[in-house]
Design a protein around this ligand. Structure first.
Ligand SMILES: Cc1cc2nc3c(=O)[nH]c(=O)nc-3n(C[C@H](O)[C@H](O)[C@H](O)COP(=O)(O)OP(=O)(O)OC[C@H]3O[C@@H](n4cnc5c(N)ncnc54)[C@H](O)[C@@H]3O)c2cc1C
Length: 418
């Protein structure tokens, strides 16, 4: 093998760029291979093109927001966490700002600010970035890592870091190659499934387009199992679409929907449009608003809910054209039930291709949490979404990618010099 490096990083997403930078900061000669003609194609898409760099929370809270094996990351975050991610960019002149739910963005509102900063750092540290050169194979002698193979030839390295991402949005380059590489050296990959995905509903109101395009702020969407137990609930925004629901609340519930769909055909979701009020309090609010009004309820209750949803709920109970005096206590109780505990039915989410994040990945039992090295073959490291870790959108996956990238890159350099 004519070309030699200390560390080779496979994949130029946030995990790979950070791994390459950190390995180089630790004195290693590093090559980064990216199959696209540019770095960070998926990262550029996040946060609606503004790049949701990280999230400003305590480490415990970060882990809570990484429902797919977040606890595996305690050791990673004890070495490099979200505050370190923010410092990394601030020290390189990137002004950051915090938005709702702790989400951190560059003040420029442009993902390119983040990707360009990483690219400049790679250049400053003399990392050899090989664009449009996909890794085809990880080379081993059966016991240790020897290097990698591309269509251009073989490259030798003492350490190889796999940061090829998941398998969602394959047009970004994340096409599951890393799972193949991991398997080729004896690793297991847990079943892959879509997470952070819009949800399809079977209810008639979807087919009828009754609520299509309606968005609700700060409502609670919950996933309920067959024993009527709530297994996940999220108070966030929700959007009704032509197929079902999307928006942050739906995305967060989607992995739980998929887990239940493995054993049942449909999954019940409940929607609470007034999470800050009990049923009793809501009834009082309604009574105050009606104040013995003689108007039809659809007019008298105007403003309680977005107009289309109000009308829909009133029609479900059959009271939209009635007045306060014509409506029974039981009918009001049913209306309140719709407002607080409306049951809708999911039968699938988008597939892996159209979901934001891959659930499942390289089996974590076979990876050392302290340094992210392979327990199967010395010199191999993993970071980012290729691991069996998935978080909510809102910066949690990107934080995972940057932080695991830092730890894997550091330890890949240490291993190369050992
Ligand atoms: C539309 C969208 C919005 C998102 N929004 C958010 C958000 O708001 N918050 C959040 O936390 N997460 C979000 N995510 C998820 C987040 O972008 C990913 O979790 C994150 O980018 C994973 O980083 P990574 O470095 O592990 O992998 P990736 O970013 O997927 O990068 C992997 C790289 O490896 C390259 N590669 C693959 N195979 C090879 C090979 N054989 N040889 C060479 N190179 C290879 C790919 O081309 C790619 O550039 C979003 C995802 C999408 C699709």
């Amino acid at each position: 093998m004519s070309k030699k490096f200390d560390v080779i990083v496979v994949g130029g997403g946030p995990a790979g760029m950070m791994a390459a930078i950190t390995a180089a900061m630790n004195g290693a000669q590093v090559a980064l291979f990216e199959k696209n003609k540019r770095l960070g194609k998926k990262l550029l898409m996040t946060g609606g093109g503004r790049c949701n760099v990280t999230n400003n929370r305590s480490v415990d809270d970060l882990i809570f927001h990484i429902p797919g094996n977040g606890r595996f990351l305690y050791s990673t975050f004890s070495q490099f966490d979200n505050q370190d991610v923010m410092n990394f960019f601030s020290e390189r002149g990137v002004a950051l700002k915090e938005e709702d739910h702790g989400r951190i963005f560059p003040v420029s509102d442009k993902s390119a600010t983040i990707v360009n900063t990483l690219k400049t750092e790679l250049e400053t540290l003399n990392v050899a970035v090989h664009y449009k050169e996909p890794i085809e194979k990880i080379i081993t002698d059966g016991t240790t890592i020897q290097g990698v193979r591309t269509a251009e030839g073989d490259y030798a390295a003492k350490s190889v870091v796999i940061t090829t991402g998941g398998i969602t949005y394959p047009s970004t380059g994340s096409q599951g190659d890393g799972y193949r590489f991991a398997k080729s050296v004896g690793h297991h990959v847990t079943p892959l499934y879509p997470t952070e995905s819009p949800i399809f509903l079977t209810d008639d109101f979807v087919m009828d387009k009754t609520l299509q395009g309606l968005s609700l702020q700060d409502v609670t969407l919950a996933v309920v199992d067959e024993k009527n137990k709530i297994i996940a609930s999220h108070e966030m925004d929700l959007l009704f679409t032509h197929f079902g629901v999307s928006g942050p609340a739906a995305l967060r519930c989607s992995s739980f929907v998929n887990q239940l769909l493995r054993k049942q055909e449909t999954v019940t979701l409940t929607l609470d449009c007034f999470p800050e009020q009990s049923k009793h309090e809501l009834l009082e609010t309604i009574n105050e608003q009606l104040n013995d009004s003689t108007k039809q309820l659809k007019n008298a209750l105007s403003g309680l809910l977005p107009e289309r949803l109000l009308l829909f709920f009133l029609e479900q109970v059959g009271i939209s054209d009635q007045t306060y005096a014509q409506t029974s206590k039981e009918q009001f109780a049913t209306f309140v039930e719709y407002c607080k505990h409306w049951q809708i039915t999911a039968n699938k989410t988008f597939g892996l291709e159209k979901s934001f994040v891959t659930g499942g990945g390289v089996e974590l039992k076979e990876v050392n949490p302290k340094d992210l090295s392979s327990k199967k073959i010395p010199g191999l490291f993993f970071a980012g979404e290729v691991l069996d870790v998935n978080g909510y959108t809102g910066g949690y996956n990107i934080t995972t990618a940057f932080c695991t990238g830092n730890v894997a890159g550091t330890n890949a350099a240490y291993y190369a010099f050992a």
